[in-house]
Design a protein. Structure first.
Length: 253
């Protein structure tokens, strides 16, 4: 795969798994992350950019550098996101709400905005937005996160319609509960809210899927690799869950 790939939040988690998968497939990889330590741990073969995904001037400067060094962009993985507060709606501070939407939604918008001109110029490209199964269901105690991920899917649908005539595809991946530190924090907070244990919440999430399992970051990366490939040349405007089939988004404990 001789593609030029830009991945936001590529220093760890799902983004890191995506970067590793694309690099292994032969792509040129640029990872963006606000976490300098995570970037420093990435392979030297990757282009590494410390950047806040809500900083539009910095994003514009990054794309100017990529135009100079790469001459274009084939794949955007708009993956950056935060969990936001895990709390009852009446306990959520408006600033926490705004920050969650700024990173999860505005970040995706800004990178799609700046990826569009080079992709239009070459009349090809793939935009892959990381959404969530929280963008398919309402999730108790996760109002900002769920709202942001529904909006990400709406943004993706619009991108697919608007950019399709220019040869640019757009799709969303909706991970389910992904093994890792972020989900562990959510499990702990939900356990505190419900007065139960982390293990009970974990079992509730896993039991709410038909495959009775959490997913791994590598599962999401494999889907991104497919959506960026020529095998998916007519796959656009799709919301694709990688979640073991979520039957019930409210874990029963």
């Amino acid at each position: 795969m001789s593609k030029r790939v830009l991945i936001t939040a590529g220093g760890s988690g799902i983004g890191r798994a995506m970067a590793e998968a694309f690099h292994a497939a032969g792509a040129r990889v640029c990872v963006v992350d606000v976490d300098a330590r995570a970037l420093a741990s990435c392979p030297a073969a990757w282009q590494r950019e410390p950047l806040d995904v809500t900083d539009e001037p910095a994003i514009a400067a990054l794309f100017a550098r990529l135009r100079s060094s790469w001459g274009g962009l084939d794949v955007l993985c708009a993956n950056a996101g935060i969990a936001g507060p895990t709390a009852l709606i009446e306990d959520i501070e408006v600033e926490a709400w705004r920050r969650c939407l700024a990173i999860n939604l505005e970040g995706a918008f800004l990178f799609a905005k700046h990826a569009t001109p080079p992709m239009k110029a070459q009349r090809s490209g793939a935009m892959i937005l990381t959404s969530s199964t929280a963008g398919l269901f309402g999730y108790p105690n996760r109002a900002p996160y769920s709202a942001s991920k529904w909006a990400v899917n709406g943004l993706m649908k619009t991108l697919a319609m608007e950019l399709g005539p220019h040869g640019i595809r757009a799709n969303s991946i909706c991970p389910g509960a992904v093994e890792g530190p972020r989900m562990e924090a959510v499990l702990a907070k939900e356990a505190a809210i419900k007065g139960t244990t982390r293990d009970a919440i974990y079992a509730g999430y896993a039991g709410g899927t038909s495959m009775r399992s959490f997913v791994k970051a590598e599962d999401i990366a494999a889907m991104a690799l497919f959506l960026a490939s020529d095998a998916a040349r007519l796959v656009s405007g799709q919301i694709i869950a990688v979640d073991g089939h979520t039957e019930n988004p409210d874990p029963k404990v």
